[in-house]
Design a protein around this ligand. Structure first.
Ligand code: FE2
Length: 297
């Protein structure tokens, strides 16, 4: 069967668009992806005032940028408690951050730095993931980032590493198909072969975006036109893992009241019939509570 992208599309929620989404846009299926950190401090401020109302009108996912999940530093418990409170309040279907680190020894890089794909790190990362989910009392979702540097001990491939990390934890993957395309191109591997390693049901959310080619080295830019090869990866990912909210990342011209035509009129035809309607929140909750472990760091 084929299904329309328009049942799963979503865009980033930007503060300068709050009032337009609230007052000029009819309630609908478009998923809004809110940046978690915008609502965690000063009691949420005016931003939370808008978010409280928007969640009554649109599906919501929360996407964080400062968890520092992959670091050897302890996870900031104050941040976790604030995030937990926000989750309880706005009930997002997906809560995510990046599979990377951005600070070590308390020193912040303000960049997302990739982790070595070395199997010896999997045990501690899995413990950290289980602990995080128990602290939040919510399933967590990790996003693959674009890689611009290589480690000598990248013993596993990108998707194999993530599949092993999340398996049996109740956590899921935010599959950024553009990031995967950029990573594979920069590493000299085949993105189609990588995406084929996705397991059914492992993806809780997708990102799609554009990139730029700088003399053969690719950079994730969130601007410009999405390449056909990236659309094809998304199609393949959905056929393997199933449908989930698909958020368009576009920083230079974030759609205001996006219609699916803003996505270059693309449609996708996944092979999985059951993918057409998925209650993501129920699926995630069931999965998480079946493995919630009381893990400690
Ligand atoms: Fe992304």
């Amino acid at each position: 069967m084929s299904f329309s992208l328009k049942n799963f599309w979503g865009v980033g929620l930007r503060p300068h668009h709050y009032e337009s989404w609230l007052f000029d846009t009819p309630p609908g299926k478009c998923t809004l992806e809110a940046i978690s950190e915008n609502y965690l401090y000063h009691n949420g401020g005016p931003a939370l005032y808008y978010l409280d109302q928007l969640v009554e009108r649109f599906p919501l996912v929360l996407h964080g940028v400062s968890l520092n999940f992959g670091s050897a530093d302890p996870i900031d418990r104050n941040y976790i408690q604030r995030l937990k409170k926000l989750i309880k309040r706005v009930k997002p279907s997906v809560v995510s951050d990046h599979l990377s680190f951005s600070a070590i020894g308390g020193k912040h890089s303000h960049s997302l730095i990739p982790l070595p794909r070395d199997p010896k790190y999997l045990k501690s990362l899995r413990s950290r993931l289980l602990w995080l989910q128990d602290e939040l009392d919510h399933p967590f979702t990790l996003e693959n980032i674009p890689r611009y540097l290589q480690y000598k001990n990248n013993e596993m491939s990108e998707v194999s590493f993530i599949m092993e990390l999340i398996e049996g934890t109740g956590a899921g993957l935010l599959m950024d198909v553009n990031n995967l395309y950029v990573t594979c191109s920069n590493e000299g591997s085949d993105p189609v072969a990588e995406i084929a390693k996705l397991k059914p049901g492992c993806v809780n959310q997708y990102h799609i975006a554009a990139h730029m080619d700088a003399e053969g080295f690719l950079y994730d830019t969130h601007s410009g036109k999405i390449k056909p090869e990236v659309w094809q990866l998304l199609n393949k990912a959905i056929s393997l893992s199933g449908a989930a909210p698909i958020v368009l990342e576009r920083d230079d011209h974030e759609p205001l009241s996006a219609t699916w035509e803003d996505w270059d009129g693309q449609s996708i035809a996944p092979a999985v019939e059951s993918a057409s309607r998925v209650n993501i929140a129920t699926k995630l909750s069931d999965r998480y509570h079946s493995v919630s472990s009381g893990a400690s760091l």
